[in-house]
Ligand binder design. Structure first.
Ligand code: MG
Length: 376
């Protein structure tokens, strides 16, 4: 199944370049350099202590944003190799895709966005995707000659999965596709779907481990029931932990193979002969209709039964309070902030507070909140 790097792949020698001109790397290609810069940056290490679904201190076996990102990269690289895409680029996009995530998962992000919209309406809200781009374009401070990591266009294009039209207008080259409704590279499309495969499967695993969902419930889902029956047929008396692991590995494999085959068929129909032809075509990376339906059913199951489980909701409610109280306190009295986050202008001040909170790990946010609000 493995193909040579295809004409429709992104090629590092043909990159659209970096925002600040740099000499080409020696001993590695442009996309490898991007991947390496991402792994060495601060925001990447902070992912270790940021929530995926379960707060970091709830248990050592649960996924964090870091292990999630590594799983996404693993799946995306398999897909890239099977499809003749540029593996290093897909890996770089996958490892960077959540760099802008707030503490406490989606609850933290939604609350930070709500705070920005209500309390600093001129500052333009908070979008985690846009924040991931902001981390690599602006916020990292590691290089003498520029802010951020100065990544290639293709990596930045992949990081910015979605974004509002209003923001797209301000972003220059990476924003264009949201205005002219074109697609990103296949490497980016694949990283996006690898994200979905990773979280659907690891959230089942973490959900079962936590006891918030059960195998019996999951058997209502076609995809789970099929693989459950297959594993049971081969190993009738397998104990639960191995049973779950076997089901999940075969679900991931099936999703990856379906995505590979369907995408190859789409490529066969549209015959893009360059990465730009991919961008001009309809989305080429996709599951088959039946697999899409099953994956959607899985997603809505997790939403209803795991992400909205009352025990998860209790955690997210606390997370929202922490984010809101921190934001409000800093906005009302910026003197509570260190010099790095003080700004003269009102809009810039709100943005700096959002950057500060978004950069916090779960435990840092909890500590900061305790320090500000608890009289000890
Ligand atoms: Mg993700």
């Amino acid at each position: 199944m493995m193909l040579a790097p295809a004409s429709y792949a992104c090629h590092p020698q043909q990159t659209r370049g970096r925002r600040h001109a740099e000499a080409a790397p020696i001993g590695r290609n442009q996309f490898q350099r991007d991947r390496d810069r991402i792994i060495h940056c601060n925001a990447f290490r902070l992912l270790e202590y940021k929530t995926q679904v379960f707060i970091n201190h709830e248990g050592d076996l649960f996924r964090t944003r870091l292990t999630h990102s590594i799983e996404v990269a693993q799946i995306a690289r398999t897909l890239a190799r099977n499809l003749g895409l540029h593996e290093d680029l897909t890996e770089a996009i996958s490892l960077a895709h959540d760099l802008g995530h707030t503490p406490f998962g989606h609850a933290g992000q939604d609350e930070l966005n709500a705070c920005m919209r209500e309390l600093a309406p001129k500052a333009g809200g908070f979008e985690h995707n846009l924040q991931s781009l902001r981390v690599v374009d602006e916020l990292e401070e590691r290089y003498a000659a520029f802010n951020g990591l100065n990544l290639c266009f293709e990596t930045r294009e992949g990081i910015l999965k979605h974004c509002s039209v209003k923001h797209a207008r301000l972003l220059g080259d990476v924003g264009e596709r949201f205005l002219n409704k074109t697609q990103p590279s296949l490497e980016a499309q694949i990283a996006n779907l690898a994200d979905e495969i990773a979280y659907n499967n690891h959230d089942i695993d973490d959900g079962l481990r936590s006891g918030l969902i059960t195998i019996e419930q999951l058997q209502m889902l076609e995809i789970f029931a099929t693989h459950h029956a297959n594993v049971k047929r081969r190993y009738p008396s397998l104990e639960k932990r191995r049973l779950v692991a076997e089901i999940i590995r075969s679900m991931i494999n099936t999703l990856v193979l379906d995505l590979t085959e369907t995408t190859l068929a789409n490529i066969g129909v549209h015959k893009p002969d360059s990465a730009d032809a991919v961008r001009a075509a309809p989305p080429l990376a996709s599951f088959s209709a039946s697999m899409r339906r099953q994956a959607d059913a899985l997603k809505s199951f997790l939403l209803e039964n795991l992400y909205r489980h009352y025990r998860v909701m209790r955690m997210t409610t606390k997370a929202r309070i922490i984010v809101r109280e921190l934001f409000t306190a800093f906005l009302e009295d910026p003197r509570l902030l260190g010099d790095d986050y003080r700004r003269d202008d009102e809009v810039a001040q709100a943005r700096a507070i959002a950057d500060y909170i978004a950069g916090m790990t779960d435990r840092y946010a909890i500590r900061e909140h305790r320090q500000l609000f608890r009289m000890e």
